[in-house]
Design a protein around this ligand. Structure first.
Ligand SMILES: Nc1ncnc2c1ncn2[C@@H]1O[C@H](COP(=O)(O)OP(=O)(O)O)[C@@H](O)[C@H]1O
Ligand SMILES: Cc1ncc(COP(=O)(O)O)c(N)n1
Length: 267
């Protein structure tokens, strides 16, 4: 049996719904061996972020070295990176180890409004990390910041995807969770063609960690050899099931159900 491996470079969510915890649960459910490099510890639950404690860039580099020098990975993702120093450290390591299957989830702000990326770090994200990405997966507010424009229509989403692609990622996937309407529309741009992935919008407040889970599912699928397009389809099915079969944990924005996709027969 070939063991497929994935790495997540991201922050810890003590509440277990987002960040490293969501990523490792998703890798596990999709049959991929998960490894991690922690960038920050957050004290977080369904009600919000109560504290952010970043690690040093050196600590992040050491963790990436430890995993990549010995175990290797088939794909990796980045999540909360917090500072320009950590972004630069991660980008240096991706260059050093010639990492190819890099999924960048440009996490900026938690659903409750807490900042998970310092404002001045956006430039570093664009300059040193996006050029290394096979796919970047912004939500709509993140796409607006990276592209420097407001998104209010599907046409705007396409224009933003083209601007973001000009920073160097091979594919741009703008997630539609923050849109309105009965459908969610995720848009993938591969540099030439647009593909859309549609889902039924679920009326729920339990969407904590949807972006992390989505990008982790893409990472796992790519680690198993899927194309970006097939990986986006798998991730869409994974997150749809995870939101639909809610767990109703906590008083605020609860986590999604990472078991649901496999319970429905997905693999
Ligand atoms: N209420 C919802 N119903 C169904 N799918 C959703 C819902 N909210 C988000 N999604 C899906 O979850 C994934 C993550 O999207 P989004 O919530 O935009 O990301 P983020 O967590 O980064 O803000 C996307 O595939 C999006 O379409
Ligand atoms: C440690 C950490 N990383 C990322 C998120 C974003 O979560 P979401 O996917 O809900 O935007 C989070 N809340 N906490």
């Amino acid at each position: 049996m070939t063991i497929r491996k994935a790495l997540t470079i991201a922050g810890s969510d003590s509440g277990g719904g987002a960040g490293i915890q969501a990523d490792l649960k998703t890798f596990q459910e999709l049959g991929v061996f998960g490894t991690s490099a922690l960038t920050a510890v957050t004290a977080q639950n369904t009600l919000g972020v109560h504290g952010v404690y970043p690690l040093t860039a050196e600590a992040v580099e050491k963790q990436i070295d430890a995993v990549l020098s010995d175990m290797g990975v088939d794909a990796l993702k980045t999540g909360m990176l917090f500072s320009a120093e950590i972004i630069e450290a991660a980008a240096r390591k991706l260059h050093e180890y010639e990492c190819q299957n890099v999924i960048v989830d440009p996490v900026m702000i938690a659903k409750g409004g807490a900042s998970l990326l310092q404002e001045e770090a956006t430039e570093a994200l664009k300059k040193v990390l996006l050029p290394r990405a096979l796919v970047v997966t912004p939500n709509i507010p993140e796409a607006e910041v990276i592209a420097g424009m407001t998104i209010t229509s599907e046409e705007d989403k396409k224009e933003a995807a083209k601007i973001i692609a000009s920073f160097g990622p091979k594919n741009v996937l703008i997630k539609g969770g923050h849109d309105e309407g009965t459908k969610t529309i995720d848009l993938l741009y591969d540099g030439k063609i647009f593909h859309t992935f549609l889902g039924k919008r679920i009326d729920t407040k339990d969407t904590h960690g949807t972006g992390c889970t989505f990008s982790a599912a893409m990472t796992a699928a790519i680690a198993k050899g899927a194309s970006v397009r097939v990986a986006a389809q798998t991730a869409k099915q994974f997150i749809q099931a995870a939101i639909e079969d809610g767990l109703y944990i906590g008083e605020g924005h609860g986590p999604t159900n990472h078991w649901a996709y496999r319970q429905r027969g997905g693999n």
